[in-house]
Design a protein around this ligand. Structure first.
Ligand code: FAD
Length: 448
């Protein structure tokens, strides 16, 4: 096996290996950028950092992939002590202090695991092909294709039952992502597409949001959750609570004896942490998240840290912190600072998450926001949501582009990225998905 060395590595420097360039990994790397005595190598299976909170906008044709993705290499290019590699981590040898990648092995003095999460179909992986989840750019463009193609098929068919099937969209899972998807399809069918078809009336589209629990958005107060439900219903979304999906196939969704015939089913129900922790023999919780110590390190391995969606940190509230961007970002920064301090001989401290609140958007101009005791809903909440998301979006160019696209969509009710893009052409049988973006640095290799 090929063991690679950082080209600038010196014997007295500490080698920090970061796996994952999401919110956690990227922020750990930024904290260590330019620090003397530290050599950082960040490896990600994609060459870009993805701003997942706006991924639903790509799936719903509001934004293009490059608006929410930035090449990791460019984000870290200012730091001479930092290298970026494209690759997939396959296994970890904790005692031997090395990680096996698809391109070779890398040794480390410190390891930061920040591989995020993936979807969980609760033991029914066979549902995935009928009901894609939303976690990557490839999945977002696939969802966009399915959602837009269903309208096109409905316009073509003459059988009313088939037409109804194409115009029925089921979203499974009433958390923030499910709510965002349902609201966006409702809005698209009622407003954006209302004048574009001749044989169908897009406003007759059925959008059904299925939730197993008694209410949508259970992480919000009941009052806010009810407000979100009312706003969704105004966009034509039907909300089915206390409804458990028992099967999904090419005919639609089954909920016990109930069947919904639908051509498009989207999955926003469950997540599970990256398999890398489980494969590495680490202690994990029931969602595959690695159990970490108060300083985010692994029990018995103080030089190995786990952060973000991949970590289960229970030392603050007794239960794991939520899988959100602020948790990942703050944990990444904390780990970067911990390593920085340790190199300078300073002691470690305990991680503490500063919760600044939560928000979810519903359609083009409504949202709910909870910040401590402050609860906002409707248009003003949506403005707050917009400002926060643009503020945290990575890259100045992306911020400008997103604001311009939103302003245009808001004023015109249009969606700029309403393109049905097939998989890229390739002479081989195996085809790779591509984006139609203007940013040639962002490429999308096949999902793993
Ligand atoms: C659709 C959607 C909407 C969301 N909306 C919100 C929101 O509104 N607000 C909010 O706070 N949070 C939201 N989240 C959650 C938030 O995005 C995550 O909590 C956050 O991205 C976690 O950051 P992370 O760094 O742990 O993981 P990620 O951001 O997922 O990054 C993990 C990185 O690891 C890489 N990777 C994974 N496995 C490997 C491997 N084996 N080898 C190499 N690289 C690997 C991946 O390519 C990726 O770049 C949303 C998530 C989704 C999917």
């Amino acid at each position: 096996m090929n063991t690679l060395q950082n080209p600038r590595s010196k014997s007295d420097t500490r080698r920090v290996l970061i796996i994952g360039g999401g919110f956690a990994g990227l922020n750990a790397a930024l904290e260590l950028g330019g620090i003397a005595g530290v050599e950082v190598t960040l490896v990600d299976r994609h060459n870009y950092h993805l701003f997942q909170p706006l991924l639903y906008q790509v799936a719903m044709a509001g934004l293009s992939p490059a608006d929410i993705a930035t090449p990791i290499r460019s984000l870290l290019s200012a730091y001479r002590n930092t290298s970026v590699l494209l690759g997939e981590a396959e296994s970890i040898d904790l005692p031997g202090q090395k990680v096996k990648f698809d391109f070779g092995e890398l040794e480390f003095d410190y390891l930061v695991l920040a591989c995020g999460a993936t979807h969980s179909y609760f033991g029914h992986n066979e549902w995935e092909k009928y009901a894609p989840g939303l976690k990557t750019i490839s999945q977002a463009t696939e969802i966009r294709k399915r959602v837009l193609s269903a309208f096109e098929h409905a316009e073509r068919v003459t059988d009313p039952d088939e037409q109804k099937k194409y115009l029925t969209y089921v979203i499974v899972g009433g958390g923030p992502t499910g709510v965002e998807l349902a609201g966006a399809i409702g809005e698209m069918s009622r407003f954006t597409l209302s004048r574009d078809f001749r044989r169908i009336n897009p406003s007759h589209t059925r959008v059904i949001l299925v939730e197993a629990g008694p209410r949508i958005l259970p992480m919000f107060s009941e009052q806010q959750s009810n407000r979100a439900a009312r706003d969704l219903e105004k966009l034509g979304v039907q909300i089915w609570t206390s409804s458990v999906v028992t099967n999904i196939n090419d005919e639609g969704v089954e909920l016990g004896d109930e069947r919904i015939r639908a051509a498009t089913v989207l999955w926003a129900a469950g997540v599970e942490a990256s398999e890398l922790g489980q494969a590495g023999g680490m202690h994990v919780d029931n969602r595959g998240r690695v159990l970490v110590e108060p300083d985010l390190s692994l029990e018995g391995y103080p030089n190995v840290f786990v952060a973000g969606d991949q970590a289960s940190y229970t030392h603050q509230t007794g239960s794991p912190l939520p899988g959100t961007a602020p948790v990942a970002l703050q944990q990444g920064r904390f780990i970067g600072k911990t390593i920085r301090n340790e190199v300078k001989g300073k002691p470690r401290s305990k991680f503490h998450f500063r919760d600044k609140g939560q928000m979810a958007t519903i359609g083009r101009s409504r949202a709910i926001v909870e910040m401590g005791r402050l609860k906002l809903a409707g248009f003003f909440a949506w403005v707050v949501w917009l400002v926060v998301h643009v503020f945290y979006l990575t890259g100045f160019k992306n911020r400008v582009l997103v604001v311009m696209q939103w302003a245009w969509s808001y004023l015109s009710f249009r969606r700029g990225a309403r393109l049905i893009v097939d998989r890229g052409w390739s002479p081989a049988e195996e085809q790779e998905p591509v984006t139609e973006t203007e940013n040639e640095e962002v490429t999308v290799p096949p999902e793993h």
